[in-house]
Design a protein around this ligand. Sequence first.
Ligand code: SF4
Length: 431
Amino acid sequence: MQHWIQGSVKRVLSSSSIESKLAILADAAKYDASCASSGSKRKSSGGLGSTEGMGICHSYTPDGRCVSLLKILLTNVCIFDCQYCVNRVSSNTPRARLSVEEVVRLTMDFYRRNYIEGLFLSSGIIRSSDYTMSQLVEVAETLRTRESFRGYIHLKTIPGANEELIERAGLFADRLSVNVELPTITDLKTLAPEKKRDEIEDTMGRIHVRREETAGDQKKGMKAPKFAPAGQSTQMIVGATQTSDRDILDTSSHLYRTHRLRRVYYSAFSPIPHADSRLPGTAPPLLREHRLYQADWLIRFYGFDANELTTPDQANLSLDLDPKHAWALANREVFPIDVNRASRELLLRVPGVGERGVKRILSTRRYHAIRDEDLAKLGIVYRRARPFLITSDRHPGPLSIDSLDLKQKTETKQRQLMLFDAMGSAQNGQV
Ligand code: SF4
């Protein structure tokens, strides 16, 4: 990403000062994972570009980060001292700051040359929440109103910024995100005492209310302007503290339920130079991030409750097995289930059966009973699903489901593949 940006800047701008600022600020922004640019429709009426159809294509770095956006910080100067962050006030990292006009110019230059489809803009805290937020909003407002920019805009929203600034941010940005940063209030108090969970959630709550109000007005046929049409998201850092996956998923569920977030992004902690001794010296395994995305997917789309996927004794997700597979092995009394009679909800709990497979099962069994040989044709991972399913011509029997080697029998062989799975997990946690 860094290399790509530097090459592009050379073609776009002659100013070496902008180039060096951008090198610092694009690098500083790479720690923010919450930038998937999906789910927004903004009509193109004479302006430049579009977020729809061919106008927007997602491309991701191997670790799942979106690269189709110009992803930068306005500045990495920050008055806060969050211990896990390289931009904290006590860090001696090189600093830079772009002006509103410089960000607007860069975005338009890159956009006109088709290098980017949009902008992801965040910032360290300069002076105060309101001052920082006003700068971010000014960039978005200038792009939309003066430059008629119709590409995607994701604005980081600063917790505690005033109502009027959030209102304007939602009018000009497609997506807003407020970072919850760490999974628990205790974690925040320990590593980022200037950040308050109440303030973070209050800002999320205000965005949620405004989105609901706008949707309500539109339902009544009123011509209300859109407010953050791609919704709001957040990012949680994983592995900076000892907090378990159980607590992380509990926080995510709470945020989805209470503030109707579109996504929670999980970002594995990256060790930083001269870090506080309370921080770990190594990053957590990438697979942990991937498992959290899979569990998150199960909670959002497969009807699982966060607490079902771990137990108080086993509070972290298994790294060996995907969370649905691990749940099925721990709850064998539920299986085997009859593929010709089971409800959609139960079928979704079978390892190796995804949403698409369930859809196919439901439509096929309306016409004929599903036999063992049909399973693979329905897009089901046969080897994994077989011991958990009864078909019209086969019953696996109690001995099969209780066998001690069921884990080995149903495990995915290609462990290496999990690395490739992990690449796409920020977009798709399907299991
Ligand atoms: S407020 Fe943001 S940029 Fe500033 S130290 Fe904390 S995490 Fe880093």
